[in-house]
Write a protein that binds this ligand. Structure first.
Ligand code: ADP
Ligand code: MG
Ligand code: MG
Length: 207
């Protein structure tokens, strides 16, 4: 991943969020406060504007700018969680080009940041349920010497499987946890946006 690919990834995320904003808000209306799509669209619109102004010297500059912009522009739980994740990724990638293992390490650092801030574990019906299997799958695929594009596609598939697997779960973190067992039967909005982020990565490195 070089600076141009990092930019292309984040712009692809912004496009995917924009296209799926109504769906994300719909999901959040079932088990939250009906703002996840609105929050994410506001955040990534601000990110696109911020990246436009940025002259990046490293891959990490692009991701760190994404993180701080999300933190400052999104009010909901997802803003600080994704913001911290992208900031952590940014700190890990301090060169103009990153290889697959470095991107894996950065994404892993992002997951650690999400879990440090939000204290969610897999099975709590949050973004972690998509993020953790995506990182585990990327790690396994790279260890098997698959090329980064194939590994990223496997990771996106795992994120989507994790997203679907949130539906029968009882929410234990965030607003949805207030519903207790009434959260069962609904797909988690944050796991859905995380799956979009990993699919955007796979699509970006494929092309
Ligand atoms: P809010 O709940 O403040 O309105 P959003 O609607 O933007 O924020 O985001 C909700 C999503 O945030 C949830 O679907 C869930 O995936 C994620 N989330 C909430 N709390 C946590 C947490 N403690 N750890 C990880 N993810 C969380
Ligand atoms: Mg919400
Ligand atoms: Mg909210």
């Amino acid at each position: 991943m070089d600076i141009a690919v990092a930019r292309a990834w984040i712009l692809a995320v912004a496009t995917a969020i924009d296209e799926h904003a109504d769906q994300l808000t719909q999901l959040d209306s079932a088990i939250g406060d009906a703002d996840h799509g609105v929050n994410m669209r506001r955040g990534f619109t601000a990110v696109v504007a911020a990246l436009d102004e940025l002259s990046a010297g490293t891959v990490g500059d692009v991701l760190a700018k994404t993180g701080v912009t999300l933190i400052s522009s999104v009010g909901g739980a997802s803003g600080p969680l994704y913001g911290n994740a992208f900031r952590a990724m940014g700190k890990a990638l301090f060169e103009p080009v990153a290889d697959g293992d470095q991107v894996l390490a950065a994404l892993t650092g992002g997951l650690v940041a999400v879990q440090q801030l939000g204290a969610a574990v897999p099975g709590d019906k949050t973004m972690v349920d998509a993020y953790a299997p995506a990182v585990a799958t990327l790690k396994k695929a790279l260890a098997e010497h698959r090329d980064f594009a194939a590994a990223a596609t496997a990771a996106a598939d795992a994120a989507e499987a994790g997203m679907h697997a949130t539906t029968p779960l009882i929410a234990r973190k965030g607003r949805a946890s207030y519903l207790g067992s009434r959260s069962v039967g609904h797909q988690d909005p944050g796991a859905t946006s995380t799956a979009l982020i990993f699919r955007a990565l796979a699509d970006t490195v494929m092309t």
